[in-house]
Unconditional design. Structure first.
Length: 297
């Protein structure tokens, strides 16, 4: 593996020759891990496999949606984990464990971190501190992850979908990947994101979301408070509006989002990114008496 400027050169093993494929990090063109059609899935997966092996003798585990039980497959329906990435034995068929996303520390960590990290039984190591990861139970790490240490690339995509691509040493007892993380995490992240975003684009059905939906500032404001559990009366008090006005704005948002009830309205608005981090909603600008009443609720 060679890198010159913004170009990564990786050997291709599927031609039987020592041919090289250039990867342009700036334009994204001629990227072996890019996917533009279902037929590209298998070659892209093979390229990702080869890059991971060349960089650190890693084996790939890829999940396009940690909330879904469906494994990633090629255009012919073959499971990539076994057909390409080399997870052969029954014991290691992690993609057949429906509760994995709820029990494994890696998918759990991907819900709270959107940058690459590496992990072992002693901790989850990120580029910048993330206190939300400190309380994750790692006592059964090796058994749940099938490795002593692993590098993980979370990919947070449109409509709230989260993918996770991990890289674990093949037949290796390494439990410290700090050096490999420093050296290769940028390249692994680039190819992992290209691969899983392309895969999702060509193989997944998008959630049922109306086109060209534009919510007003007041509609978004009401939905943000609804998302943190406030009732119409409480929102009316916080915004100094009547309950009828609050209901009017939420109803208008529901019509625009083609939602059937209040919960689905909040859900669809969240999927489209209108609500952002609702936990960050603050009320320091409100009158003191309003703040007191809102806090009491």
């Amino acid at each position: 593996m060679e890198r010159s400027g913004d170009t990564l050169v990786a050997p291709r093993k599927d031609t039987g020759q020592a041919a090289k494929v250039a990867t342009d990090f700036r334009s994204g063109r001629q990227v072996p891990t890019a996917i533009f059609a279902p037929a590209d899935i298998r070659p892209a997966a093979e390229a990702l496999r080869d890059i991971a092996r060349d960089l650190g003798n890693f084996r790939v585990a890829a999940c396009a949606n940690i909330a879904s039980r469906s494994p990633m497959t090629d255009a012919e329906g073959e499971v990539l984990a076994s057909a390409v990435f080399g997870w052969p034995s029954t014991k290691e068929q992690w993609w057949q464990k429906p509760l994995l996303a709820l029990s494994s520390p890696l998918p759990f960590a991907c819900r709270y971190e959107n940058e690459p990290f590496w992990a072992n039984a002693h901790g989850i190591h990120t580029r910048a501190p993330n206190p939300l990861l400190d309380q994750i139970d790692l006592s059964l790490f090796e058994g749940e992850v099938n490795a002593k240490a692993v590098i993980v690339v979370p990919v947070h995509m449109s409509f709230g979908q989260i993918a996770a691509i991990s890289f674990s040493p093949i037949n290796d007892k390494r439990d410290d990947l700090s050096r490999e993380f420093d050296l290769y995490s940028d390249q692994l992240e680039y190819h992992a994101r290209r691969f899983v975003n392309g895969y999702t684009r060509v193989s997944s059905q998008r959630p049922w979301i109306p086109k060209n939906c534009r919510l007003s500032k007041r509609e978004v404001e009401c939905l943000r408070w609804a998302a943190v559990g406030k009732t119409d009366a409480e929102i009316a008090m916080i915004l100094s509006r009547s309950c009828a006005t609050v209901r009017f704005h939420i109803h208008n948002a529901a019509i625009k989002l083609e939602a059937v009830n209040r919960s689905q309205t909040v859900f669809k608005a969240t999927q489209l990114g209108y609500l952002g981090n609702v936990a960050a909603v603050m009320v320091p600008h409100l009158p003191h008496e309003t703040q007191t009443s809102a806090a009491a609720k």
